[in-house]
Write a protein that binds this ligand. Sequence first.
Ligand code: PLZ
Length: 456
Amino acid sequence: MTTQSETGVEQRRRLVTEIPGPRSKALHARRTAAVTSAVGSTLPAYLERAGGAVLVDVDGNQLIDLGSGIAVVNVGHAHPEVAAAVAEQAAALTHSCFMVNPYEGYVAVCERLTQVAPVRRTDGDGGVKAALFNSGAEAVENAVKVARHATGRDAVVVFDHAYHGRTNLTMAMTAKAMPYKRGFGPFASEVHRAPMSYPLRDPEGMTGEQAARRALADVETQVGADQVACVVVEPIQGEGGFIVPAPGFLPELARWCRENGALLVADEVQTGFARTGDLFACQDEGVLPDVVALAKGIAGGLPLAGIVGRAEVLDAVHGGGLGGTFGGNPVVCAAALAAMEVIERDDLAAAARRLGERITAVLRPLATDLPGIAEVRGRGAMVAIELVRPGTLDPDPTSAAAISAACHAAGVVTLVCGTGGNVLRLLPPLTMEDHLLDDALDVLSTAITSTLTTDR
Ligand code: PLZ
């Protein structure tokens, strides 16, 4: 586990100014003049450093991080082993482009990914292979490229509330117009949206299998099963609101894909690398996708992404058909090898389960007491609270924003998600110490209770 001595950052919340403080405000003024307003920030407290689960801003405030840079620093900020691997690699070979002169790190990361990622194998296949890219969107986009090439089909099936990225193809695959899509069309064609399994909002008692049949019946009617290259699904939806499909949903999608010659692509960009209490979220129900898209937690804070799939699927693409200048750069590969080592050696999947139990033990009683909380859900250290207007299922984004703002003012970084902007989500670094989590949960509970019990 990360301690103060390892990262140099004391694992404690400490406020010395208001949030954001004067130095952050000065930087924000500079930013406003130079950085386009099209790029936003959740909390404009400008950071100087971070270690473990604590962020230190330019005014000297120490904030507890419940977001992990959107599920990236699962091993904690500036993990000493990741930082050392990066420094050593940067001094030895920073860049060559794997497509020009290759190097061992890229190969080693792919070897590791093919060993650990849940991928369906078939009799007589040539094993599992991988390729590396820079971002989650690029990984998803390449998974679709591979699926289209391997099947010779065009259609891509995605779900309500899905988030897959901000490139043209992945925007088309993402469900939410604002802020991701509006004004950015026309979008890529042959992307078809189907209803997701969303137990809170589905008809009472609907099973995962029934929810999958509902989605697939739409696909069969509107697209045709024999036209589908791939079904792309987040095993637990991230930006869409930490929506956990009912058990049986993912297995039924997998079965349908196998039966109809379509590929199942799991977008594990947000759920991967121990976040949900398994190394990958698909493992919870033993689902084996044909291709897995990975990013975020893969490299302990450095930008790396990848796809993993059966060799016969990935190798269907012509030589030179996939790539990019920076994909799997030597420095990010060194970081990934260090981060993956930490995740497995320190059993961060078990740590995620423990964090999740501690979080839900505090939040579930609040949900019982407060009618504004429709549900506390998630798995492992990926936990969310969905806020609604009491007595209805109407989203309550105002309360989500108010609770989040109260946490920020008190030095706890929380994030909001959900198609309706009404879901508070917790994604702590998996190495977070108990006393720090307890402090953050105290702040959060107070913010929730005072917001939801005040007349608005
Ligand atoms: N697939 C499941 O969660 C990224 C988006 C933040 P990139 N989620 C955070 C924002 O507002 O841009 C994500 C994801 C899933 C794909 C992506 C895309 O990953 O690395 O942001 O491209």
